[in-house]
Design a protein around this ligand. Sequence first.
Ligand SMILES: [Ca+2]
Ligand SMILES: [Ca+2]
Ligand SMILES: [Ca+2]
Ligand SMILES: [Ca+2]
Length: 210
Amino acid sequence: MSMNRRILMSVLAIAMTLTLVGGATFAYFSDTETSSGNTFTAGTLDLMIRDGGIDWFDGIGAEWTLSDMKPGDIVYGSVDFKNFGSIYADHMEITCFYAITDPLGPESDTEENTSADKMAGEMIISKMVYSYDNIEVDCLPRITDANGNLAKDLYDLRVGEVDVLPLPQAGIQLADISMTLQFNSGAGNDFQGDILDTTFMFTLNQDRNQ
Ligand SMILES: [Ca+2]
Ligand SMILES: [Ca+2]
Ligand SMILES: [Ca+2]
Ligand SMILES: [Ca+2]
């Protein structure tokens, strides 16, 4: 065979092969199923509280109040907590904030414009016990004496919250706090007629790192 004829034969052979492959049609069966309705809904944490009644609320009014208080006066109160959300909270956190009203006068008030932090430092937390699952946690050792007055008080609670208070991790998440406050028996005339308006904050946290 001449070289040209040999090349022509090869080209024909390749062409025939391509024709055979290209001309062959195969059918494959298949069957597909789907998983539908995959929605992603965020869960909820919903803390509600109450102060001895049956009904739960998103926030309650005053639980600890002293009027016409004098040095040494005491008030006790307790609040229940329940998580009405759809997911478990890891822990509770308790802190407070406040504002002072120091009306002009009376003349027996030896300091006008007394600071809120100063008066909060005279509101001694003499007892603070957190309970859940019949376990009691004494919160006082967990409050730092930030103002150095050798007592745990509302100022200390404001600047250093009580954190990582455990909650039941099965069933209903219930807990409660009972707290006794005392107007420092050593508080002087600087506070006559002054009013400290305090709000306690109770926070449910989802994660250990919060
Ligand atoms: Ca709530
Ligand atoms: Ca005053
Ligand atoms: Ca203190
Ligand atoms: Ca004052």
